[in-house]
Each structure stands twice: as structure tokens, then as C-alpha cells.
Design a protein around this ligand. Structure first.
Ligand code: PXP
Length: 237
């Protein structure tokens, strides 16, 4: 069975909407671990729109499984990672205007600067993953960069509207996962993975870990609604 890493960014998104202390992504991470999650993922964005510096500091002390810090390959973020020392850093592209990470990191175009960043992270004892499109050229570049893992971007598969397109995107993921495995690179996958499409993706046995945020946080909000309302009614009544 593949491991499940939970991205708790959206818990912080709700908190930041009110600039309130709750809900705390640290508490959400604890609940996720108690439920059996194998790891916790947070994306410290340059604009700090959800996860804050305090969150990564506290999470480093409280996560009992594995901490995966998603970040852009900038000087500021590398310095933070070297201080925090997450178990894994996942390098992602970042654009200020995007709603979420839109595409994979172009590890071919940015091979030279990325080599230096990965070397620095490795030097601090941090494993490195690169979030890439499921293309052979990116997987081969990840190998040249000595990345420990690739995270295959499952967005095109998750968003495919027609069955033939979904099938095509699925085949791309299978081919990419097999190539990475052959090259001895660990395979993670994420973006848009939900309670339906996981039934396809779990059959790609080369995928060692799924990184899932939105669908799980969305479901947690809905299935928690009944209890939350009943508790308040009890207090009123
Ligand atoms: N992996 C990476 C690299 C991401 O940027 C994201 C989105 O934050 C995810 C996985 C999780 O995607 P989703 O929230 O759609 O499950």
C-alpha cells in the first residue's frame, strides 16, 4: 500500500480568512497522524497566504511521522528549510496570482540553479523531491539533479473531462512512474487526487506516496458539520 501524506494548507486558509488563531494546522496534523496518515505536507508560500513561519516551526516539533515542506527554490526558502530541517523538501514552481500550484517545475530549463539548491538541501541532510509533469525529459533531469524523489503532477489526469483523455493521462502517469522506478528515484504523486480518482491511481504500484490536501480537507469540513452543529445546539439548549 502506498503511503498517505496529508497537506494541511487549507486548514490554514480558513484560519487566515479571519486572521484568527483557529483552526490550527498543527492540530489538524495531529488528528491526521492519529488517523494513520504517514506524513504531513505544508506549502510555505512566498506570500504567506496560508501556512505561516510559526506553523512550520511548531510542526517540526510536533509531527511524529514525516514532515514534507513544499517550497519554491528561492534563497529565502532554502535558508528557512536549512533552519527547520524538514524530512523532505518538495520543490515546486510558484506564481503569486495562481490559486494553487498550477504546473510542474521545469527541471530542464532550471537545471543549473536547481542543482545548487538541491546540493545545499542535501548538505543540510534534507531529502529532496521535485514536483514535475509526467514527462521522460523531466524525470531524466531529476535523476541528473540527484533528486531523491519526484512527485508526479496528477492535475491533468484529475481534471480530464473525457474518458479517452483521462485514460491518456493515466497512461502518461504509468509510463513516468515506471521510468522513475527504473532510474531508482522514489515516486510520489499529487494534485487533485480525490475519493474517486484514487481508485485508478492506487493501481500504479510504483507510486510510493500520495500527497493529498483539498479533497480530504473538503470532506473533513462536511462530515464534521453534523457534530459541530449538534455540539453548539447542546450548549444553547
Ligand atoms: N502536491 C503538490 C506539489 C501541491 O502543490 C499540492 C497542492 O498544494 C498538492 C500535492 C495537493 O493537491 P490537492 O490539494 O489538490 O490535493
Amino acid at each position: 500500500m502506498a503511503r498517505l501524506a496529508i497537506n494541511v494548507d487549507h486548514v490554514a486558509t480558513i484560519r487566515q480568512a479571519r486572521l484568527a488563531p483557529e483552526p490550527d494546522p498543527v492540530a489538524a496534523a495531529m488528528f491526521a497522524e492519529l488517523a494513520g496518515a504517514h506524513g504531513i505536507v505544508v506549502h510555505l508560500r512566498e506570500d504567506r497566504r496560508h501556512i505561516q513561519d510559526r506553523d512550520v516551526t511548531v510542526l517540526r516539533k510536533t509531527i511524529k511521522t514525516k514532515m514534507n515542506l513544499e517550497m519554491s527554490a528561492t534563497k529565502e526558502m532554502v535558508e528557512i528549510a536549512q533552519k527547520i530541517k524538514p524530512d523532505v523538501v518538495t520543490l515546486v514552481p510558484e506564481k503569486r496570482q495562481e490559486l494553487t500550484t498550477e504546473g510542474g517545475l521545469d527541471v530542464v530549463l532550471f537545471e543549473t540553479p536547481l542543482a545548487r539548491v538541491i546540493e545545499m538541501l542535501h548538505g543540510s541532510g534534507i531529502a529532496v523531491s521535485v514536483f514535475i509533469e509526467p514527462d521522460a525529459k523531466h524525470i531524466k533531469a531529476a535523476q541528473r539533479l540527484e533528486a531523491d524523489y519526484i512527485e508526479l503532477h496528477t492535475g491533468a489526469f484529475a481534471e480530464a473531462q473525457s474518458f479517452p483523455n483521462r485514460q491518456e493521462q493515466y497512461e502518461r502517469l504509468i509510463t513516468a512512474a515506471r521510468l522513475a522506478k527504473k532510474l531508482d528515484i522514489g515516486v510520489h504523486a499529487g494534485h487533485g487526487v480525490d475519493y474517486q480518482n484514487i481508485l485508478w491511481l492506487k493501481n500504479i504500484t510504483e507510486i510510493e506516496e500520495f500527497s493529498i490536501g483539498h479533497s480530504i480537507i473538503a470532506r473533513a469540513v462536511l462530515i464534521g458539520m453534523d457534530r459541530a452543529v449538534r455540539e453548539m445546539l447542546q450548549l444553547i439548549g
